[in-house]
Structure formats: C-alpha cells, structure tokens
Design a protein around this ligand. Structure first.
Ligand SMILES: *[C@@H]1O[C@H](CO)[C@@H](O)[C@H](O)[C@H]1NC(C)=O
Ligand SMILES: *[C@@H]1O[C@H](CO)[C@@H](O)[C@H](O)[C@H]1NC(C)=O
Ligand SMILES: *[C@@H]1O[C@H](CO)[C@@H](O)[C@H](O)[C@H]1NC(C)=O
Ligand SMILES: *[C@@H]1O[C@H](CO)[C@@H](O)[C@H](O)[C@H]1NC(C)=O
Length: 428
C-alpha cells in the first residue's frame, strides 16, 4: 500500500515537471537567445559576465530592443510587493495602482500555480516549490519587461488572438480597465469597481495591455505565492531589472483571524475551536506554522541587510499602514521615488474610513481592513487561540514588534495596543 501511495506522489511530481518543461518548450519557440548587455557594460567597459538570457521576442521586441537597459535616470522601475494572503497587501497594491505612472498587476502567479500544481496547492514538497519558483521567476521577469504574452501559456483556456477574459483579478488593475485598453473608462475615472471593469470591458486584448505597460514608468506586481525573499534573489540581482521590494507583514494573529472569516471551508475547524473553546483533535496547524516560519525566515533575510538587497528592500507592517496611512504611504513613495498624486490621496481618504461590515463583495477588498480594525482580531479570537499562536510564532512576533497578550483581560482591553512602536527604515 505504502509503496503505491509513494508511486502516486512521484507520478504527480513527474507530471508537474513535464508540464512545466512542455510550457517552457512551447514558449521558448518564440524566444531568441540574446547576448545581454548589463548596465555596467553599456559603453562603460564592464565585464561581460552575464550568460545569454532567453527572452520572448513576441510583440515588437527584438534582441536590440531593451528600452531600459541603458543607464538612464528615467529607466523603468520594477516594484515587487511580497506579501501573504490576508496581510493587507490589497491595500498597498491599490495605493500603487491609483498612481498614474504605475502599471499594476495583481498576483499573476495565481495562473502559474493553477497550471502547474492545481491539486497540490497546499503541498510544500521541495520539488513542488522548486518548480513553482523557477516558473514564477521567469514569469515575473517577463512581466516586468511588459511581456504579457508570456502569461498566456498559463491561462486556461489558452487565449486566442492574444485576447482572454480569464485573467485573474483583471479588474484590480486600473491600467487594464481604462483607455486605451478598455474604452468603457477614461484615465480620469477614480474608484473603478472591479466588477464593473470585468462586465464592461469585455475580453482583454493582451497586445493593448502590453502597450499600456510599456507606457508607464513603473511596473508593480503583487505576489502572495512566494514565501521567502531569498528565493527571489536571482530576480533582484538581475542587472536587466531595476527592482525594489516591499515586504508586507502583519501580526500573524491578525492574519489568522482574517483568514478564519475569509476562507471558511479551509478554516472550519478553527471556527469550531473558537465557538466551542476546545481545540479539535484533528486541527491542521500547518497554515499557522507555515505563515510564521515563512515570515521568520524571510524577514530575517531582509532585515539582515544582505548586500544584494541594498537599496532594494523595505519592510512595512500592515498595522503601521493602517494606523497612519497617509504618512506611511509617503514613506513608501519616497523609497520608490514616486511623487504622491491626487488620486492616491483621494483613494486613501476614501478607503481608510470605510465601514466594518464584512461583505462578500469585499472578500479581497480593502475597505474592511482599514485603520479602525488593525487590532480587531483581538475581539474575534479566543484567548486560547491567541496563546497558542504566541507559542508557535514567538520569535517572529518579537522580531516584528508585536506584544504578547499575557491574559484574557489584556487581550480584550483595547486601550492597550499590542503593536509596539518600531521603525523599519528602508535598507538604503
Ligand atoms: C531615457 O529613456 C527615456 C525613455 O526610454 C527616453 O525618452 C530618454 O530620451 C532617455 N534619456 C537619455 C538621456 O538617454
Ligand atoms: C483570430 O483571428 C483570425 C484572423 O483575424 C480569425 O480568422 C480567427 O477567427 C480569430 N480566432 C478567434 C477564436 O477569434
Ligand atoms: C488587439 O489590439 C491590437 C492593437 O491595437 C490590434 O491590432 C488587434 O487587432 C486587437 N486584437 C483583437 C482580437 O481585437
Ligand atoms: C485597560 O487597561 C488600562 C490601562 O492599563 C486600565 O487603566 C483599564 O482599567 C483597563 N480596562 C479594563 C476594563 O480592564
């Protein structure tokens, strides 16, 4: 029995690898091998150390078409928002999305995961992880380069004539919902509803999307499917990119509470624990341990200031963002070299004073997770659960400046904040 069970797993893994290889082979038909200049050797006599790099030649791009490889003060900047689900990443993503100069994409890695590991979405074998990572890095590199055709290999059904109506969360990206990509909305329309975009814009023309991306100075991508910043080192160090990472963290106790409300099936037993006060014997603790372990290793890497992250790393606590949205946003924009524009300020106003009503419409939305409830998890989790989380996540809580609740009274007394004042300056 055990043997055949292992065989099934092996088979599954093999098929993932085969699928990935197939996708690479298919897409690489459109690739050319280009000798790439790195910024140092653009006429500055640097060493040619980079190996040839494959690049999709789709669209207008050929080998000598690298608009941002030359040293140029206005070269494109690539912003990576590294987050986890329910860590308030939609909020930070939307801040950037509101800016006129930003082309924003919401979690394109969704398509990688659903294509490569549809059923094993919660498995974390090293082999899965490697396959996901390799594919994710390739995709991110292409998307930062505005090569949206690259994404098509992961979209089901496969887009025809470079159009699709299946792009995940297309409506979360302003640039994909307004002219010239979609005629239903002008560039001046603020507060676009995600659902309206999908309804009124029709299928997405990837060629137009690519052009829209090329027009913008910043490409920002939010991802929740890469756990560790160290896994992205190859991307961060890639001389063809100009990456800045924003790592978003949140109190794991808050994440837990938020997920219990949002992913109801997956967290059913946690809700039973909360309701009955008794921990179900078969409770799967891994969602919690995974969050905390990943945070710990990723944040330790980031705050350890390795040389390859110099000038490219900023840690943002969700709670700081929620308590002082305007000043925190200014800090983030300073780090990115972006000016605040009116759209952004208006949007912050509108979205940090929202209601507390949980509504299906805002399942991934931003309104609910606003300033007022950065610590509202304290009223929703039982002391048992909090105490347990504090045991599992002790190190990362300390590292990020989240205080332990030592008693039920302390937990429920909202006049004492559990968020320490702690400053995380960008690594310059
Ligand atoms: C910098 O790049 C921009 C956009 O690609 C271009 O319009 C501009 O002329 C370049 N400036 C210099 C000094 O090369
Ligand atoms: C794709 O474009 C070609 C040429 O314009 C057309 O003949 C074909 O019907 C289109 N396919 C689909 C599925 O729209
Ligand atoms: C998508 O947009 C491009 C560029 O404007 C256009 O040439 C192409 O025909 C459009 N594709 C479809 C299927 O409408
Ligand atoms: C909450 O904490 C504050 C500050 O320690 C204390 O003064 C207050 O009495 C506490 N409230 C309750 C209801 O325990």
């Amino acid at each position: 029995m055990q043997c055949s069970w292992k065989a099934v797993i092996l088979l599954a893994l093999a098929s993932i690898a085969i699928q990935y290889t197939a996708i690479r082979t298919l897409t690489s038909k459109a690739f050319q091998l280009c000798q790439l200049p790195s910024p140092q050797n653009c006429g500055l006599g640097g060493q040619e150390t980079e190996p040839p790099f494959e690049r999709a030649a789709a669209g207008s791009g050929g080998c000598d078409d690298y608009p941002y490889f030359s040293i140029n003060a206005t070269r494109k900047m690539h912003i990576l928002i590294l987050a986890t689900t329910r860590s308030g990443s939609s909020f930070v993503g939307q801040l950037l999305n509101q800016h006129q100069e930003v082309f924003y994409l919401f979690e394109p890695l969704y398509h990688v995961q659903t294509t490569l590991i549809p059923r094993l979405s919660h498995s974390r074998t090293p082999a899965d992880r490697r396959v996901m990572l390799g594919a994710s890095r390739d995709l991110l590199r292409s998307l930062f380069d505005c090569d949206l055709y690259f994404l098509e290999s992961y979209i089901k059904p496969t887009p025809t004539n470079h159009t699709t109506d299946k792009l995940f969360r297309r409506g979360a990206s302003r640039a994909l919902c307004q002219q010239p990509v979609c005629d239903a909305f002008g560039t001046a329309d603020v507060n676009l509803e995600e659902g309206d975009c999908v309804k009124k814009c029709g299928a997405l023309n990837m060629t137009l999307a690519t052009e829209a991306c090329r027009e913008k100075r910043y490409v920002a991508i939010k991802i929740v499917r890469v756990a560790e910043i160290g896994d992205l080192r190859a991307l961060v160090e890639d001389p063809r990119l100009n990456i800045k990472v924003i790592q978003l963290v949140r109190d794991p106790r808050g994440i837990l509470s938020s997920r219990i409300e949002t992913f109801r099936d997956m967290y059913r037993l946690w809700r039973i624990w909360r309701a009955t006060g008794r921990r179900p014997y078969n409770l799967d603790l891994s969602p919690l341990t995974v969050v905390c372990d990943d945070f710990l290793s990723s944040v330790s890497t980031g705050l350890g200031h390795p040389y390859w992250l110099k000038g490219k790393y900023m840690l943002v606590r969700y709670e700081d963002m929620a308590r002082n949205p305007l000043s925190k946003t200014k800090e983030i924009f300073d780090y990115l070299g972006l000016s605040m524009d009116k759209n952004v300020e208006d949007w912050i106003q509108a979205n940090t004073q929202g209601s507390n009503e949980p509504s299906a419409k805002h399942k991934f939305g931003t309104v609910r997770d606003s300033a007022a409830n950065a610590e509202s998890w304290r009223l929703r989790l039982s002391y048992d659960m909090v105490e347990y989380t504090q045991t599992v996540c002790r190190k990362v809580l300390q590292q990020l400046g989240y205080k332990f609740a030592k008693s039920e009274e302390e937990l429920k007394n909202m006049s004492i904040s559990l968020v320490q004042d702690k400053t995380f300056v960008p690594f310059l």
